[in-house]
Ligand binder design. Structure first.
Ligand SMILES: [Zn+2]
Length: 123
């Protein structure tokens, strides 16, 4: 069984979450800026359907990526809320300690490795 997080470990992970969140925000902002440029270029390129097609698929890629980033950001927000509530580092399903090693790799993890594995194998 994994051990409870020390204050220091918890601080380290909180910082990692804050950093990751800032990075994601940057990424989403970049993607949105790119998508905006593509749209503008698409409009200016005239009636060539091939050009329009490229612009559209680039926009879709940007939208998918930012969806992914937003979902990740939601997980990070939840983790930060759990830190505030004092429940961070504890599996939200079984209540066991998640353990520093796993959290260091995945700071936003809400499940312990056992529950995560059970989830992935379809329970
Ligand atoms: Zn668990």
């Amino acid at each position: 069984m994994a051990r409870k997080l020390t204050k220091k470990q918890s601080k380290t992970l909180e910082q990692a979450l804050v950093d990751e969140r800032a990075e994601l925000l940057d990424q989403v902002a970049d993607l949105q800026a790119d998508a905006g440029v593509d749209r503008w270029r698409g409009d200016a390129s005239g009636d060539d359907p091939a050009d329009r097609g490229t612009a559209t698929s680039e926009r879709e890629t940007a939208a998918t990526l930012s969806d992914h980033a937003r979902r990740l950001m939601g997980e990070i927000d939840e983790a930060l809320r759990r830190i505030e509530a004092g429940t961070y580092g504890v599996c939200t399903r079984c209540g066991e300690n998640i353990g520093f090693d796993r959290l260091e790799a995945v700071p936003a993890a809400a499940l312990c490795l056992d529950c995560k594995r059970r989830d992935e194998s379809g329970r």
